[in-house]
Design a protein around this ligand. Sequence first.
Ligand SMILES: C[S@@+](CC[C@H](N)C(=O)[O-])C[C@H]1O[C@@H](n2cnc3c(N)ncnc32)[C@H](O)[C@@H]1O
Length: 217
Amino acid sequence: MPNDFLSFFLSWMSSPRRVGAVAPSGAALADLITREISATTGPILELGPGTGAFTYKLLKRGVRPQDLTLIEYGSDFMKLLQMRFPGSRVLWMDAGRLATERLYEGAPVGAVVSGLPLLNMSRRKVISILSGAFSYVRPGGAFYQFTYGMSCPVPRPVLDRLGLRAKLLDRTLLNVPPAAVYRLTRRPQMKLITGSVAPEVSTQARWETERDCSLAP
Ligand SMILES: C[S@@+](CC[C@H](N)C(=O)[O-])C[C@H]1O[C@@H](n2cnc3c(N)ncnc32)[C@H](O)[C@@H]1O
């Protein structure tokens, strides 16, 4: 992985809110956010790849270049990504428009890896990013988000509204600044359980809600 500190710092100087960090993520954070991803995960959507700190790690984990779609809004990072990852799909677009662009046929994505600075974004934007991203995620797939904050960067009302839950994957002190990674998944659906209670008594139906272990610290 090349040393990208200077180019990243210059991008941050020109657009601090969009870039959201003064330096690219380090190896420990790249390791953590990609920990549950392997060659068998299938198509992967990476949001806000910047200079590619997580992208390199994904490829190292055996992800095929053609399984990677990179969504980046910074034009400076765009050119770099196209040069560095010629075998992957690199799109210059706002992740807030995921729902309006049809990126895939159906919902084949096994994992979304996000370096987006969600804490710098409006709630409305966060909702459009998450709902757009999850429209491509297959059942059982996950959205991985890192944060420098002390709690989940997606507020509880947003998780509730979108039917998602968040779990702290882990924290790493070996990043500047220290960071945490959250795994967002769909909440389990309610199941309708039916069964006859007695021969002449009609079928009894009851709803069972699986335990909602929604929010991380
Ligand atoms: C904190 S940096 C993370 C870069 C890289 N993932 C890393 O960890 O080193 C945030 C990245 O998100 C990009 N970004 C910010 N808002 C975006 C948006 N709406 N759509 C796509 N990319 C965005 C920025 O240009 C920047 O590359």
